[in-house]
Design a protein around this ligand. Structure first.
Ligand SMILES: Nc1nc2c(ncn2[C@@H]2O[C@H](COP(=O)(O)OP(=O)(O)OP(=O)(O)O)[C@@H](O)[C@H]2O)c(=O)[nH]1
Ligand SMILES: [Zn+2]
Length: 198
């Protein structure tokens, strides 16, 4: 069972967040994180972003995906409007950074993001969003405005005892390097993305 291992207020360039580390034991170097914007009202539907780790996009500013810009937008939005970011340690849709780089190498040879995972004998998406539900419940979130384009995440909330109140779109304009990745997200995973941006 996930437990709060530690928490503290951290000022960021977007504003202050209460950062909470969740893991089963205190010996975990990569706990899931919850970031709560100051002043968030838990008695109303809470703005929530469930975000999966992407070291290439968030730390190294890769242009192959829009994860870094999505995280920045989410942090900005939560500071403006109140809300919570659940940061899940599910790098590469949970295949890990080594496999993700292997998948990128296959993408250099022309495979798309899904084909590359399958060629490596891995699922297209190996994430389990159950941990996010566990964390939201632990925080006392009863109803959410979910910031996502991924219909799978909406289903996970609808199938839990947390109320899905509304969706907040989080679309980042495509660039040359991210175009095919966004196309696959729309066509294979059914992401709710507008045409003019990809
Ligand atoms: N396996 C693999 N994972 C990738 C690739 N590109 C990005 N990722 C990972 O995809 C995860 C983000 O998932 P996305 O499918 O982009 O978006 P999402 O979280 O499902 O949906 P949104 O809520 O709309 O952002 C991160 O963990 C990234 O590391 C890739 O080419 N292959
Ligand atoms: Zn990414």
């Amino acid at each position: 069972m996930l437990k709060v291992q530690a928490e503290a207020n951290v000022p960021t360039e977007f504003g202050e967040f209460r950062m909470i580390a969740f893991s089963e034991d205190d010996n975990n170097w990569m706990p899931h994180m919850a970031l709560i914007a100051k002043g968030t009202d838990f008695n109303k539907p809470v703005n929530v972003r469930i975000h999966s780790e992407c070291i290439t996009g968030e730390v190294f500013h890769s242009q192959k995906c829009e994860c870094g810009q999505q995280l920045n937008s989410a942090m900005h939005y939560m500071q403006e409007n109140g809300g919570v970011i659940i940061y899940l340690r599910q790098e590469g849709r949970n295949i890990g950074i080594i496999n993700k780089l292997k998948a990128y190498a296959l993408q250099e040879k022309g495979l798309d993001t899904v084909q590359a995972n399958l060629k490596l004998g891995l699922p297209a998406d190996d994430r389990d969003f159950g941990v996010a539900i566990e964390i939201l419940k632990d925080l006392g979130v009863k109803s959410v405005n979910l910031m996502t384009n991924n219909p799978e995440k909406i289903k996970i909330i609808e199938n839990s005892d947390i109320t899905f109140n509304s969706r907040i779109p989080l679309q980042i304009k495509a660039n040359e390097a991210s175009l095919s990745y966004l196309k696959t997200k729309k066509e294979f995973f059914g992401h709710l993305l507008d045409d003019e941006n990809n």
